[in-house]
Design a protein around this ligand. Structure first.
Ligand code: SF4
Length: 354
């Protein structure tokens, strides 16, 4: 089996008791797997009783939370009681894996870490993404991927991530090129056979890139033809209010997120600074966050052919984070909070696709 991961994945280590925003406080529904349940049956003493009582039995056994949506196994020192008393193996599969994720595509497994974890987020945005690749003897699982679609999407994603990684190019241009690429690939996925392979070829070449940027600038003169993300990057207050309303209509997990969105909506009519005025440091954070988001979700389009909605969702999350960082500032970026609110809730992910 071949494996692919961004380099920072290997460097991840849970901050445990020092975590500034523990996943045990996220309010997620944690399903306890059968193997762990079996282990819990054999735990002894009052600590074993406490661990067993923390599980709500049912068709899908879940970890119990207190009235503040905090896992009842979280001790005041910020550590998990089950892990502290019975070792790492006493964590259920979900807790053992988080924030790591893995996806299999034929003979390739991709690995990543979710940016909803503050430690993962800091790692991911503090360095320019690079690849880590290796092979092992793990058996290849048979799959029913459409090979043509898969290869096209892989080639397109490689180009999109390369473009985003061009840190000497203004972020506005990088976004415009990725958007143009996604639009053209979507035409290919929708049936215009030659559009997909041609898109990659064109947008890899400097001439094709120049033409695409010219086209985008021309479209920008006609607001109606301007993509929503671009209006937002130009600081358009109407687009920002619409985006904030969209996110406010989703399932909300934390009071902090609700208050943040309300504050943003309260700033109705306030423009955020255009992208051209963004600092280089901030540009890097937003580009790297978007890089991680596209790495994670781009290839999901292999199942249903919906690439552009996924790219739009990643753009929306990034741009909302940027707007909130400017208009509702706090001591760290809102991006990690957005991942936490959106990425572990299928309904929210799906709602943003539609
Ligand atoms: S959010 Fe990340 S760093 Fe914090 S406790 Fe969870 S896994 Fe560890």
């Amino acid at each position: 089996m071949k494996h692919l991961a961004p380099e920072f994945v290997r460097a991840f280590a849970c901050a445990a008791g020092r975590c500034p925003d523990s996943c045990c406080r996220a309010g997620w529904q944690i399903v306890v797997d059968d193997e762990t349940l079996e282990k819990y049956e054999s735990l002894t003493g009052p600590d074993g009783d406490r661990v067993r009582k923390a599980v709500i039995s049912g068709q899908e056994p879940m970890l119990r939370q207190d009235e503040n949506q905090v896992c009842v196994l979280l001790d005041p020192d910020g550590l998990c009681h089950a892990q502290k008393c019975f070792g790492h193996e006493a964590l259920c599969r979900v807790c053992r894996e988080y924030p790591r994720f893995h996806r299999e595509f034929g003979n390739l497994t991709e690995h990543g870490i979710s940016l909803s974890c503050p430690t993962a987020f800091s790692l991911a945005v503090s360095q320019k993404p690079a690849w880590d690749e290796w092979e092992d003897e793990a058996p290849i699982v048979p799959n029913d991927l459409d090979p043509e679609r898969y290869l096209l999407l892989r080639e397109g994603r490689a180009l999109a991530l390369d473009l985003l990684n061009e840190e000497s190019r203004p972020l506005w241009e990088r976004l415009a090129l990725v958007w143009e690429l996604a639009e053209r690939l979507q035409s290919g996925l929708d049936g215009q056979k030659r559009a997909g392979p041609l898109a990659c070829k064109r947008l890899r070449s400097p001439i094709g890139q120049k033409a695409a940027l010219r086209k985008m600038q021309h479209a920008s003169r006609f607001a109606a033809r301007m993509p929503g993300w671009e209006r937002l990057f130009r600081g358009n207050a109407g687009s920002l209010a619409a985006l904030a309303a969209r996110f406010a209509g989703l399932e909300i997990l934390s009071p902090e997120w609700r208050e943040g969105l309300e504050a943003l909506r309260g700033a109705n009519g306030t423009r955020c600074a255009p992208l051209q005025e963004e600092s280089l440091r901030a540009e890097k954070v937003y580009a790297r966050y978007l890089w991680c988001s596209l790495y994670k979700y781009w290839l999901d389009a292999v199942d249903d052919g919906r690439l552009l909605p996924r790219v739009r969702r990643s753009f929306d999350m990034t741009l909302l984070g940027r707007a909130m960082d400017q208009l509702v500032p706090r001591n760290r970026s809102w991006l990690q909070r957005i991942s936490r609110e959106i990425e572990h809730c299928e309904e929210n992910l799906e709602a943003l696709l539609n």
